[in-house]
Design a protein around this ligand. Sequence first.
Ligand SMILES: Nc1ncnc2c1ncn2[C@@H]1O[C@H](COP(=O)(O)OP(=O)(O)OP(=O)(O)O)[C@@H](O)[C@H]1O
Ligand SMILES: [Mg+2]
Length: 357
Amino acid sequence: MNGLHESDAGVLLRGVGKRYGAVTAVKPLDLTIRPGSLVTLLGPSGCGKTTLLRMIAGLERVSEGRVFINGQDVTPLSAGERNVSMVFQSYALFPHMNVRENVAYGLLSVSGTAKADAYARAEETLATVGLAGYGDRLTSEMSGGQQQRVAVARALVLRPDVLLFDEPLSNLDARLRRSMRDEIRSLQMKLGLTVVYVTHDQSEAIAVSDQIVVMRNAEIAQVGTPRELYEAPGNRFVATFMGEASELRGEMTGPPGGQASVQLQGLSLTLPRHGLGNGVVGVMVRPESVLLSSPGEPGALQGTVATATYMGSHCEYTLDTEAGQLFAIVRETGTLRAAGQAVGIKFIEHGVYAVAP
Ligand SMILES: Nc1ncnc2c1ncn2[C@@H]1O[C@H](COP(=O)(O)OP(=O)(O)OP(=O)(O)O)[C@@H](O)[C@H]1O
Ligand SMILES: [Mg+2]
């Protein structure tokens, strides 16, 4: 079993791939999901997130590879035989049943628990998700956010080894999305749940995740913590998918090794080399990492304000420089610099990184 032990808790994917005829939905990939962690699968539409989640759930057969849950090879097992629960985007609640019956359904139909026990556990779980006292309501008489919680309770009541969410918040408005997102995260941490969470919203992924798996074109682009992916993305796709970034042209110099020197016209930066060779490189810059100063300041990149916009909490600028155009968010809102004005530009270096040209 390739060094795998019974004690390897969580979810391990080894060479897991999926093809539908000529379409490759997921290229063979490896992934380790630690027990008690929340891992998001993040990426644009069609990149294979749902397919990967459904292969973990057992709702989709793998074309190749093995799926392990808590040290057990579950590849041949159906969804019902794996101790996993899935919360769908549509909630998939039964409208003719009340909330208690919806939550108890899995216990009654799958595990054959006695009715009184199932209902007692349903009530207990409803209290966990903040719905104590709602057992008699019909789900059709509940708000979107409440239905979402019923769906979570219905999954939780089965005490799954792994809880899977496929875009659980996309039917909710922006404000409710934020509060439900935080509720799911605090419930996951409180109960120590192992969760795999699919979303295409990078801010949602950053907010809830221990680890983010960025996917693109049926494969993994990068895995890391939200901070790693935001501040030190491994490539241009991850850099721009994880948030806004401008790309400048720089010249990398210096001996091989961890750090390299990068020249941006008059500005010299020390950046992680990321395996790049000397020569022209792309330099990705987060808008909030830009610092403006007086024109002609030594050791600064020289630029000209192309557009300036007062935004209340901050000012936004586009800046023309000899290294390329830069988008900047500046917190100091006292005076707005005018279009056409010359400025000196420096960077907070943890929001700046080199990528292949
Ligand atoms: N049953 C199927 N038959 C054929 N192709 C499929 C099937 N299910 C998915 N695909 C294809 O596999 C690829 C990945 O689909 P998947 O649903 O996993 O993407 P996704 O990342 O979840 O996208 P979205 O964000 O839109 O939900 C797509 O190209 C899709 O068209
Ligand atoms: Mg999907």
